[in-house]
Design a protein around this ligand. Structure first.
Ligand SMILES: [Zn+2]
Length: 393
């Protein structure tokens, strides 16, 4: 049996774990998830929801509770060995839904439907329930636990929330567990790096007949786009590009003065992503142009990535925890707050609390029964991680 498995088995037998397990209440967690979900929190507009979570953290008795300028909420549950690196537990606050989205929930047939409930109100609620169990049972682990509800995980948020948490706490951390509502059984141990570029082409413009042959921003942009489409990125490590948006010009009989395209670049490997971006920039540079046709490239999205190996202790602990609670583990790559932490060199994984479906759609739903196993998994992994020496391997 591997050292990680033995460790998790031993943790599961401790009175501390029994106490936490007894204190975790799936129904209460679901109620908290709905209470959080009812507060709109589009990316960049997380303040209201952050206030709600701040109140939870304070009322449970976490220490050093703070809300920063990004509307991240953090709080600490002290360990008994102050020199030990802390464990960070995070879940993102923001949703992909605009503030005026219908947030009505409906429970039926073992499911609760509601926009943003699984992604990620349930993740945030699970953190709150874990903090509740720790504080009510007065369970202090060797390592400090930092709880963080983060902003700006979705869309164009660029992981700026977790970036700020990392800047504030990074020095003290030994490992991180990122919690998502709907990925129970999955262990994300590797990120997909994403860069998004906006390419704008500008020209003086003119009349389609009178000035034919003079530069047009649309023609320039199409030429650059055509160059980009000739690129063949590697299949291994998997690397992709997509021109997802294109717009420009003013009227059908004018030479366009401005046109733009938005490009999404992704890779399993940050070096391959950098290489692809350089090729894209070279494509634009190669476009033959008169002096009054110009291109401007700006970075509008940057989600870094890193990975820890499948053999890493944190991954092995997570596998053993899932098996202990009777859920089959699968290893995955993803794009979550863990990306930034992994890129910064911190061992980090993302785990789930329940099953669900239709993420990022108004008819998103979660299943209620698996929450019990999801919470036990989270508590056991927290216990196992806070008693493991990651620096020693
Ligand atoms: Zn999410």
């Amino acid at each position: 049996m591997s050292a990680a498995r033995v460790h998790v088995r031993d943790c599961a037998r401790t009175p501390m774990f029994q106490a936490l397990q007894d204190a975790l209440d799936p129904r209460r967690t679901l109620e908290r998830a709905v209470a959080i979900q009812q507060v709109p929190a589009p990316t960049f507009e997380e303040e209201k929801r952050a206030r709600v979570v701040h109140d939870y953290f304070c009322s449970l008795g976490l220490l050093d509770v703070q809300r920063d300028a990004y509307h991240n909420v953090i709080g600490r549950w002290p360990g008994i060995e102050p020199d030990r690196p802390a464990i960070l537990l995070t879940a993102h606050l923001d949703t992909v839904f605009p503030a005026d989205t219908d947030l009505a929930v409906r429970e039926f047939a073992g499911r609760i439907r509601g926009a943003g409930l699984g992604d990620n109100s349930l993740g945030v609620a699970a953190l709150i329930s874990l903090a509740d169990a720790l504080t009510s049972q007065q369970v202090h682990l060797p390592a400090d636990l930092w709880f963080a509800a983060t902003s700006r995980e979705e869309g164009l948020g660029n992981l700026d929330g977790i970036r700020a948490v990392w800047a504030a706490l990074g020095q003290r951390l030994g490992a991180a567990i990122v919690v998502e509502g709907m990925a129970l059984g999955r262990i994300y141990h590797a990120g997909i790096a994403v860069r998004r570029l906006k390419i704008v082409c500008r020209a003086p413009g003119g009349h389609s007949w009178l000035h034919f042959g003079q530069p047009s921003a649309v023609h320039g942009l199409i030429t650059a786009g055509h160059e980009i489409l000739q690129l063949i990125p590697p299949g291994e490590p998997r690397t992709t590009y997509n021109i997802g948006l294109i717009s420009g010009g003013r009227s059908v009989n004018s030479l366009a003065t401005e046109a733009e395209l938005w490009l999404d670049l992704r890779s399993e490997d940050p070096a391959a992503l950098r290489a692809l971006e350089q090729q894209v920039r070279a494509c634009v540079g190669r476009v033959q142009r008169p002096p009054d046709l110009e291109f401007e490239i700006s970075v509008v999205g940057d989600r870094p990535a890193g990975a820890i190996a499948q053999e890493h202790a944190l991954v092995q602990l997570a596998i053993a925890c899932l098996e202990t609670v009777g859920v089959a583990p699968t290893l995955e790559r993803g794009s979550t707050d863990a990306n930034l932490l992994l890129a910064a060199g911190l061992p980090a994984i993302t785990i789930g609390i329940s099953q669900g479906g239709n993420a990022h759609r108004p008819d998103e739903f979660i299943e209620t029964a698996p929450v019990h196993s999801g919470l036990r998994q989270l508590a056991l992994l927290t216990l196992a991680a806070a008693t493991w020496d990651f620096a020693a391997g």
